[in-house]
Design a binder for this molecule. Structure first.
Ligand code: 1HE
Length: 288
């Protein structure tokens, strides 16, 4: 049994313990997803849809567990993932209906379950491109922030309505969003209910790409295909090591950078790609 297969088996037992059925699904993934999630495979790209449009893709407990299970069991052959939402909105955040019955200890456990699931996105096996449209609010913005690349359609808007609901972010937003947009902007969004439209979101760095209505998925897949074409070691270095270097003290960061750059460079894939360039078989770096 390979290491990866063994990990999946162990995780499978964990997911059975929390009530997620695990089996080889029709779409070719090792996870039976809750009804609120749908997965498709397009070659070496996986597309995961938040599929609870009737509740504006509000994230309930089965969805959180399903996200964790999906990313944990991602096949080795999948080189990049696209995360999108069905219906008119990407995601309306936490399922507010579940909130009223939780005590404090359950609230902590719930927040930690989001942390685990989103950590699987941020530090998983493959880079993730989020395709955003409509409401990207509360936990919706938190899950978008856990992805590596964000494509926003023109209908996208961002909000953190936690302030007005009497709650606080709990899906890692307090860590990820200040890094993305700054603590001051996040404070403004939470204290005053300020929203940002798609163009403003692009200007302040929430999204990397701004596209016309309906063009998000195609753009997300195009980017995922480009990502999938990179050397796996480079994708690992960018998604797992770069954020750790960025969060490290500079002295530790420089050493880690030297180590990972030597590791990437020493990989056969890097050698083959450099040789291809020097032999004029690889594309030049031109403006795209
Ligand atoms: C929901 C949710 C939800 C919709 N939880 N059920 N998030 C929010 O505070 C945002 C709350 N949602 C909204 O403000 C609006 O629904 C939207 C602007 C996103 C969309 O409006 P609209 O007019 O298209 O839909 P709707 O009529 O408001 O909602 C349709 C249904 O979805 C309706 O249920 P129905 O049974 O009456 O049909 C809504 O109740 C339901 N719905 N959003 C539960 N969020 C880890 S901590 C994270 C903390 C947070 O995320 S706080 C932010 C929560």
């Amino acid at each position: 049994m390979t290491g990866f297969r063994r990990n999946v088996t162990e995780r499978t037992q964990d997911f059975r313990a929390v009530g997620i059925a695990v089996s080889k699904s029709a779409s070719g993934f090792d996870v039976q997803l809750p009804r609120s999630l749908k997965a498709e495979r397009r070659g070496d790209i996986a597309v995961l849809f938040l599929a609870r449009a009737e509740k504006r893709n509000a994230i309930d407990d089965p969805t959180v567990s399903g996200i964790e299970a999906f990313f944990a069991a991602l096949p080795d052959a999948i080189k990049a993932v696209v995360l999108a939402g069905e219906g008119d909105h990407f995601c309306s955040g936490l399922d507010l209906g579940e909130l009223t019955s939780r005590d404090i200890a359950q609230g902590i456990a719930h927040s930690r379950s989001w942390h685990r699931a989103f950590e699987r996105i941020e530090f998983g096996k493959a880079p993730v491109v989020a395709v955003l449209h409509g409401a990207v609010v509360g936990g919706g913005l938190e899950i978008a922030a856990a992805c590596h690349i964000r494509v926003a359609e023109a209908s996208t808007y961002y909000a953190l309505p936690e302030g007005s609901r009497g709650i606080f972010v709990g899906g890692g937003g307090a860590v990820r969003l200040p890094r993305l947009i700054g603590t001051a902007r996040m404070m403004d969004m939470m204290l005053t209910g300020r929203t940002y439209g798609a163009e403003e979101g692009q200007a302040i760095g929430i999204s990397h790409y701004l596209v016309p209505p309906g063009a998000g998925l195609a753009k997300g897949i195009e980017l995922a295909e480009r990502i999938a074409g990179n050397a796996p070691m480079t994708n690992f270095a960018v998604t797992h090591v770069l954020p750790r270097i960025a969060a490290a003290d500079p002295a530790g960061g420089y050493v880690t950078e030297a180590l990972i750059s030597a590791i990437a460079q020493g990989d056969d894939e890097a050698k083959a790609r450099l040789k291809a360039f020097l032999e004029k078989r690889a594309p030049k770096t031109v403006r795209n």
